[in-house]
Design a protein around this ligand. Structure first.
Ligand SMILES: C[S@@+](CC[C@H](N)C(=O)[O-])C[C@H]1O[C@@H](n2cnc3c(N)ncnc32)[C@H](O)[C@@H]1O
Length: 407
């Protein structure tokens, strides 16, 4: 998880965070046969974020309606029946149907993928859910969906294989069409996007390649459009290796979007295995502190699902497999996080005096951002209380805990 910086309402927050290519892959592609660990992470985030998001922002929305857009939707389910993002979200929509209307728009360009997506959507509609499948390019349908979202909160999931919507479409069309002043309730606007590290490595490689491959200038221009300028070229050339280039360009992109639309952001690096290179970053933009806090919780929970998905298959000849030790290792991780958070809180207390946890999310979680969550913060506060280092007992809403010295 890389630490990065985000600006939200003039408050500086320090937050951070598949191996397919841009060419169109259809429902028949091996990519959609079964899910890789990297997809487990993104789906676990969607699964644990969209329901609390819709529940919260939909409270002040007309008819409790919240719009969800998945503009690179895929077939909806993998061939083995595992839910893709559309099936997952339709399931979320069904779970909250009693008190929120999640109005879902799914866009898919590939013909075969669209066919299975449309069947899934039709089924959801027959169960009374508000769902729409649109065939074609995301760019073609974007305005229409944004019109439908006017006056309602919007969550957009942009998950292309390679380069997705342009910087301009993201900042001016999506965020620009929404109120930047009222950032809560019906005006809430959030985007979760897949910023593809493979694309950065491959397209960046063209800059240093002596070969004059056909299409090279157009590919570089497409990257300029995605990044909002050619600044990324210098970043790539100034990096000592691809890992650094991916980190610098992802952060540069997130910072530029965040500054332009006045939002905070998270970047979460996603791999298929702990020792693999980053496949992509999930970048989340929210104009509200609550959204950023909630997203941190969802990201932390999703990491547990991801670590589980990375376990080797059981029965590889060992008496005690990795599965048996998983819970124990999770516990050890949690203890290390709690120690780190305790040190962070002690340092903040020394530097700032009394402070409220929710105002210092990034500093409280420094070093364990995107990994640890509220329950680890609470455990740290309770331990500090027990050790006589704060008067705060750690009981109550974690964000509201006020760290004060012992009396
Ligand atoms: C990474 S897959 C989506 C996976 C899906 N979001 C999930 O999590 O289950 C990207 C999809 O975008 C589609 N696609 C590619 N370019 C597109 C475009 N310009 N507009 C809409 N869909 C596009 C591809 O056909 C592919 O199905």
């Amino acid at each position: 998880m890389d630490a990065s910086e985000a600006v939200l309402d003039d408050t500086v927050l320090n937050l951070s965070g598949e191996g397919a290519d841009e060419k169109e892959l259809d429902a028949s592609s091996p990519f959609f046969v079964s899910k890789k660990a990297a997809a487990v992470l993104k789906h676990a985030i969607l699964d644990s974020y969209v329901v609390p998001f819709a529940s919260k922002v939909g409270r002040y929305a007309p008819d409790g309606r919240v719009v969800y857009l998945d503009s690179y939707a895929g077939p909806g389910r993998y061939e083995d029946g595992t839910p893709g993002s559309p099936a997952l979200i339709l399931d979320s929509a069904a779970r909250i149907a009693g008190f929120r209307q999640l109005d879902c728009y799914f866009i898919e360009r590939g013909r075969r993928s669209y066919r299975s997506l449309a069947a899934l959507v039709e089924d959801a509609r027959s169960q009374g859910l508000a769902a729409h499948a649109l065939q074609g390019r995301a760019e073609k349908h974007l305005d229409q969906v944004l019109q439908r979202a006017a006056g309602s909160p919007l969550f957009a999931f942009l998950d292309p294989f390679g380069l997705g919507l342009s910087f301009q479409a993201l900042t001016q069309q999506i965020f620009g069409s929404r109120s930047a002043h009222g950032t809560t309730g019906r005006h809430a606007t959030e985007v979760l996007l897949n910023f593809n590290a493979n694309a950065v490595r491959r397209i960046g490689g063209l800059l240093t390649s002596p070969k004059d491959t056909p299409g090279k200038p157009a590919t570089l221009r497409a990257m300029d459009a995605a990044c909002g300028g050619s600044w990324w070229r210098e970043e790539f050339e100034a990096s000592k290796n691809n890992t650094e280039a991916v980190a610098r360009i992802t952060t540069g992109f997130a910072q530029r979007v965040a500054r332009t639309v006045r939002a905070g952001y998270w970047t979460i690096d996603v791999r298929n295995r702990a020792h693999h290179q980053v496949a992509y970053h999930l970048v989340h933009f929210s104009r509200h502190k609550d959204g950023l806090w909630l997203f941190g919780e969802a990201a932390s929970l999703a990491q547990v699902a991801w670590r589980r998905a990375c376990l080797p298959p059981p029965d590889e000849g060992t008496l005690f497999g990795a599965v048996d030790t998983f819970d124990e290792e999770e516990e050890q991780r949690a203890q290390a996080w709690v120690r780190q958070i305790s040190q962070n809180i002690e340092r903040l207390q020394r530097d700032l005096g009394p402070f409220t946890i929710g105002d210092r999310q990034a500093e409280v979680l420094a070093g364990v951002l995107g990994q640890a969550r509220s329950k680890h913060i609470r455990a740290a506060v309770k331990q500090l209380h027990k050790d006589g280092k704060t008067d705060c007992s750690g009981v109550g809403d974690v964000r509201r805990l006020r760290i004060t010295p012992p009396r």
